[in-house]
Structures are given as C-alpha cells and as structure tokens.
Write a protein of this length. Sequence first.
Length: 277
Amino acid sequence: MALRRGIYKTPAQLRAMVEPGLITAAALEAVCALAAPGVTTEELDAAASRVIADRGARSNFQLVRGYRHTVCASVNEQVVHGIPGPRVLEPGDIVSIDAGAEYKGWNGDSAITIVLPDTSRPEVVAEREALSRVTERSLWAGIASLATARQLNEVGAAIQASIEASGHDYGILREYVGHGIGRKMHESPSVFNYRVSDPGPEVRPGLVLAIEPMVVIGSDATFVEDDGWTVSTIDGTAGSHWEHSVAVHDGGVWVLTAPDGGVAGLAPFGVRPVPIG
C-alpha cells in the first residue's frame, strides 16, 4: 500500500509537469514537420534535440543507461525502441517517434506515428494509415476512460475494446506497457493496454500516467534486434505506437503532452479536459 500511496502527485507537482509535457509535444511537432521520404532518422533525432535544448530542457531518453539518442525512431516492422541512424525514410514507410523531455526535474513522454505518402502503393499506405488511426483512437479511448474510471486497469480495458471495435484483427503488444511518470520517466504503476483481472490502483487526483498502446497488423509476437533495443515483429508486419502523458487532478483530466490539453482528441468521447489549476 505504501507504494500505491507514493504514485500520487501534489497539486504543485502536477503544475510542475506541465512545461516538460509541452516541450515534449514541441519536439514531436518538429519531427512531424520534417519527416518525409529522403530524410534520415538521425535527422529527425537532431530536430527533436534542438527543440528540447532550446527550451532549456534535456532529453530524458539520454538519461536511460546505454542510450545516447533523443528519440526512438521505429520504422515499419519495428514497433518501439528503434535507434535513430543513417536509415533513409522511403515512400510508404510507417514511422513511430517516441520522445521525452526532463525540465527542472520533471518528465514528459509522448509518441506519434507518421505514415509517409506513396502514390505507387496506395493499398500499403491505406493499410498503415488505418493501423495508425485505430491505435491513436485507442489511446484517446484509454485517456477518456480516466474521466470516470475508479481503478487504473479500466484504462487497458477501454484501449482493447476500442481496438476490437475497429473490426481489424490487430495484435496488441503484451510485453511492453505504459507507466507512471513524474520525477522519473518510468515510474509505478504499469499501465496495461489490454484487459487484466487485477483492478489496479485507485484513479484519483495526483495520478500521472504515460499511456501508450503499441499495436501491430499481424501477430503480437516480437523480438529484440541485435542492437539490443529495437523491438520488431516476428512476422514482419507493421506496427504503430501512440502515447501521451496524462494527469488526473481535482478538476478532471489534462493531457500534459498535447498543446490543447487533449481537447480535440477527447471531444469524440464527450470528455472535456480541465487545465491544472
């Protein structure tokens, strides 16, 4: 029980987490603006790095032992933890970018998926865009559930239900889940992206989560590539990763890594986010 009491932040701590969330969002916006065929993943990394440094923050990914990059850039069958490098993006690629910033001792963490256009393979692009849409919607379904949830693992149930409702037989990664966030990028509790029997901790003011569904077109079986980081599908099918850091406070919920606090993403679910006072 002591561990669960420790996962809740004070109102002042929640306010301190707003800026690192906005810095993280700005870094991903810079990456999104640059991503195109012919650009390398290390160029995307550099764009995020400049934004984070210019805002007086630092990459919290570089604080992870053994990792020296600002973002993770995962392409096609790479679902998460891809290492930026000289790889040149090609038309039709699906690219997931995960980034985080630490500012004044507090952390933000967020991820987006981008599908590059390819007029020669419209069916591939359409398939990957559908995957990304379903994954992103499941993220917002999970966030929206926090507005009424009593226990944390209602979030995973909402994510899985959203994916199932899409009509696609997608796989949800089981070995990789979301997490609490605060003074460290990865804190307790775990945030599952699927139904589990344990109800989990109580959802109440002070809870801050990084919710991050990782969804693949085919089997959810994955392996870690020889670089020791990149997680790829065994069957070679494409993956998508979307993530936001979200705070529960006295007034409601607020998406820390969305510039509008989650207004646009939550509107289809009838939920209005409330700024942290």
